[in-house]
Design a protein around this ligand. Structure first.
Ligand SMILES: Cc1ncc(COP(=O)(O)O)c(C=O)c1O
Length: 450
């Protein structure tokens, strides 16, 4: 067969040399033919491409490592699964089996947790917007509510009055922990005195009782010291409340935010070097607690880690559909998955592995999705040898936030499978079809074409 003519281009080869940290980027080390012993080829033959694949083994390992890191250092810890990070039933069920409670930020997530069999008293209800009806159900079912605004305090007070029952609540606070950007839109600000005003508001009500503090300082926090600062401020504030207002602070919920081994855009170092291990966070957090708590006082430490648990358990298999030379000399690849499925591509440069050994000099390549939109780029510049049509790319870590933030834009969302502890493969979310998408639409009679 005659090959199509392509204008020759000359590119300097920048791959294969050590970078200044001794890291090497030989592409041959990035071949992956299986996930947990199940072949990529078989997975795609059976479930199609693109395909999200989750590893139950990795998920449990990640959770157990986190649990061990904290439980060996502090006697009273609760882990609560951040639903927004990944609320596929199978993923939540595994983490609940491991002992996590549920952390939700909407009535939708609340309902999901309840349907899965989680009782209200094992649900933590956060979030800046909690409709009154959702609050009423959460109160009746005994959920832990962390209030975010003065309006919410007033709503809870009203419900408590209607029910004739005093309600225990926590408040969400925000503070300067030394990192940017500050997540100061959520809860009550500590330094400005707003958080104390919220305490006063609660103290002035016969229907409310304060028993917990919550603070989520941000996400993908690469600086363990920020947590140390957070914990110190939370403990000091808790004792200030106890001494001045007579409430007992039973729990300190330090939110989530621990990073996964992913690579933020603009970060030069590989994740293995740039991202501290979970044990370092645990050490800083628990040391700060033990140094600042009063003797014999061990309030419950609540941890809402999301991405640190699930991100590395998720992969996306995608296939090279076509390739072209771009005007700047780069090689462009069109894949069958784009930012419709990988929303986190806007922030992270994922690891890209291929299903076969490749030949040819690596060249700067851009991985595009199928969307017909200029923003649909998965990885900006990767140095890749030429990828034949049909090559499968295995993109990771993608277990956090993608299967919740994905969009049904232009294309259907694909199958999601879980590889179990013994290598069994289960479909945990079926690919969508036209009926799923159109089932909620209504076409007025007068607009019908046939
Ligand atoms: C209140 C709260 N808790 C927990 C999380 C989970 O965060 P991460 O995935 O960074 O651990 C989030 C995420 O934004 C959050 O808003």
């Amino acid at each position: 067969m005659k090959k199509a003519y392509e204008k020759p281009v000359i590119n300097p080869i920048r791959i294969g040399l050590s970078n200044k940290l001794g890291g090497k980027a030989y592409f041959s080390s990035r071949v992956r033919t299986e996930i947990d012993g199940v072949s990529i080829k078989e997975l795609v033959e059976k479930f199609g491409s693109p395909l999200f694949v989750f590893s139950e083994r990795k998920l449990r390992q990640q959770f157990r490592r986190l649990k061990q890191a904290f439980e060996t250092r502090y006697p009273n810890v609760e882990f609560t699964w951040s639903y927004k990070t990944n609320y596929l039933k199978a993923i939540c069920a595994i983490l609940h089996q491991e002992g996590e409670t549920a952390e939700v930020v909407s009535e939708f997530e609340y309902e999901k947790a309840r349907r899965l069999g989680i009782p209200g008293h094992q649900i933590i209800f956060n979030g800046p917007y909690k409709p009154k009806e959702a609050l009423r159900i959460a109160i009746l079912e005994g959920a832990k509510i962390n209030a975010d605004t003065f309006e919410e305090l007033a709503d809870i007070e009203e419900i408590a009055k209607e029910l004739g029952q005093k309600v225990k609540i926590g408040i969400r606070i925000n503070m300067d922990t030394g990192i940017q950007p500050r997540w100061d839109r959520f809860g009550f600000n500590l330094e400005s005195g707003q958080a104390e005003d919220a305490v006063k508001r609660i103290a002035s009500s016969e229907w409310l009782e304060l028993n917990g503090l919550h603070c989520h300082i941000g996400t993908f926090i690469l600086e363990p010291e920020a947590y140390e600062n957070e914990v110190k401020k939370m403990v000091n504030f808790a004792y200030h409340i106890e001494d001045n207002y007579g409430f007992k602070i039973e729990y300190l919920d330090i939110g989530g935010g621990l990073p996964s081994k992913n690579r933020l855009k603009g970060v030069y170092l590989p994740a293995e070097i740039a991202v501290p291990d979970v044990e370092e966070y645990a050490e800083r957090i628990t040391t700060a607690l033990l140094e600042n708590l009063r003797p014999g006082d061990f309030p419950k430490l609540i941890i809402e880690a999301g991405r640190a648990i699930v991100d590395e358990a998720g992969y996306l298999i995608t296939t090279v559909y076509a390739t072209k030379r771009l005007p700047n000399g780069f090689r462009g690849y069109i894949l069958d998955a784009g930012v419709n499925l990988l929303f986190t591509a806007f922030w992270y440069n994922f690891k890209v592995e291929v299903d076969r050994h490749l030949h040819g000099a690596p060249e700067p390549s851009i991985l595009y999705g199928p969307l017909c939109m200029n923003i649909d780029v998965i990885n900006d510049v990767e140095y890749l040898p030429p990828l034949p049509r049909g090559t499968k790319l295995i993109i990771s870590p993608v277990g956090a936030y993608n299967v919740t933030q994905w969009m049904q834009f232009i294309r259907y969302r694909p199958n999601v499978v879980l590889i179990g502890m013994n290598g069994e493969v289960d479909l945990i979310r079926e690919a969508e079809n036209i009926d799923d998408i159109e089932s909620k639409e209504r076409l007025p009679e007068r607009l019908k074409l046939t």
